[in-house]
Design a protein around this ligand. Structure first.
Ligand SMILES: Nc1ncnc2c1ncn2[C@@H]1O[C@H](COP(=O)(O)OP(=O)(O)OP(=O)(O)O)[C@@H](O)[C@H]1O
Ligand SMILES: Nc1ncnc2c1ncn2[C@@H]1O[C@H](COP(=O)(O)OP(=O)(O)OP(=O)(O)O)[C@@H](O)[C@H]1O
Ligand SMILES: [Mg+2]
Ligand SMILES: [Mg+2]
Lengths: 227, 227
């Protein structure tokens, strides 16, 4: 579903060039459950932005279902993301003036799914992540872990084929983390592809394949069905 | 150094009252290393805001070195915090348009310590947390774990007697987490009081005492020297 070919990402900071991704090759099959691990600053979130079509590589190619994302306009990329990809951001990126419920419903305004009532669906998702009695709270009226769960529910709103989760349990206690991982396992069993960045080895256990990133390169790849 | 007597915190959301802290009693001795654990949404960050004099209880008392914080004006409270308390926030709270270095130096502008060059001290702190080559980056040019480490360095800028850290390793890989915990242990050995919220049992191991919070109350207290 995702192919990353020799991808480089370099940032420019004034007159200095900051190389972040230095030639990443990665193939992810439909229905795979992949964990990405590695040191802080090694390039995991940057790689996920490439995979999630939120950013373009400096060099190399990213294919989504065989389509080169560089051949798509920004508008076409946004449409693709809205329909196909659910993103849980490392820093949540919730809208401060909207309630938890309104934050979760947001993806349905651009791309609504026929036959699903967005309000009912959003409420169900919030119940599933344990936030039934926090739906009216705004992000500054929620705990860190509650905000994280709103971000997770929002990512699932449009029933995406590909779920990208960047440190989805970083602010959750063990019990709640495992509940979220059971949810992801169930979504994966139903056929969705899940790519998850995590620092927690117990969370990575839920994945069938683990890729280690270090200094902008893939160091190890365990459990790749292609091997 | 900190005494919390029968503290309640209730929020008002429209016409509904949200009880968060329901009668917390806690005494923390100078030089103690205390970990606070508990489920997401149980009230840990809210309790830390009370202890850190960033918020006032709805009922009950908080004493800082025997002074009732409710007897101090907002200005006096701010001065006390600036001199005595270093706070690592769960969501970092970095200033977006300032570089990592400038973010770390920020506490020294309100309260500078005689004999210390803020620029040199800030650079040393950033080196200590492994960000020597990220000093000029702004928060949106840093990874999640790098931003977290800038927040940690900033908390240490004024050499505070009390360090409050809310999930300080949530975005860090195991190796970097342990480096931060070694740093905290060293600061504690030098006499500073450390109160740390964490979801990670391995991180809690570095503390000498662990308090469990659930539904706004303290459920368990292990390792309390007073017992
Ligand atoms: N301004 C507010 N208005 C209403 N409720 C609030 C407000 N701020 C926090 N809360 C509620 O207070 C409860 C405790 O929040 P707190 O941030 O202390 O939890 P926590 O234990 O730190 O959780 P986490 O581990 O997820 O960070 C939560 O249920 C939250 O919804
Ligand atoms: N806009 C930018 N300009 C310059 N450098 C950047 C920019 N964005 C990210 N970086 C750098 O890219 C590197 C990788 O960042 P990334 O967020 O991908 O790391 P990460 O592996 O997700 O780390 P963490 O585990 O801490 O979240 C970091 O060293 C960071 O400083
Ligand atoms: Mg990251
Ligand atoms: Mg919290």
């Amino acid at each position: 579903i995702i192919s990353v070919f020799n991808v480089y990402k370099k940032y420019r900071l004034g007159d200095i060039e900051v190389p972040v991704l230095r030639g990443i090759d990665l193939e992810v099959r439909p229905g795979e459950f992949l964990a990405i691990m590695g040191p802080s600053g090694s390039g995991k979130s940057t790689l996920m932005n490439m995979i999630g079509c939120l950013d373009r590589p400096t060099e190399g190619k990213v294919l989504f279902r065989g389509i080169d994302i560089n051949s798509l306009s920004d508008g076409e990329l946004a449409k693709l993301r809205g329909l196909e990809i659910g993103f849980v951001f490392q820093t949540f990126n919730l809208i401060p003036r909207l309630s938890a419920l309104e934050n979760v419903k947001l993806p349905s305004y651009a791309n609504s799914i026929p036959g699903i009532d967005p309000d009912e669906h959003a409420r169900n998702l919030l119940k599933t992540v344990g936030l039934e009695d926090r739906m009216r709270h705004k992000p500054n009226e929620l705990s860190g872990g509650q905000s994280q769960r709103v971000a997770i529910a929002r990512a699932l709103m449009n029933d995406p084929a590909l779920i990208l989760a960047d440190e989805p349990t970083g602010n959750l206690d063990s019990k709640t983390s495992l509940e979220i991982m059971e949810l992801f396992s169930e979504l994966n069993r139903q056929g969705r592809t899940i790519i998850m960045i995590t620092h927690d080895p117990e969370v990575a256990e839920y994945a069938e394949r683990v890729v280690y990133v270090k200094d902008g390169l893939i160091q190890k790849d365990y459990g790749d069905q292609a091997d």
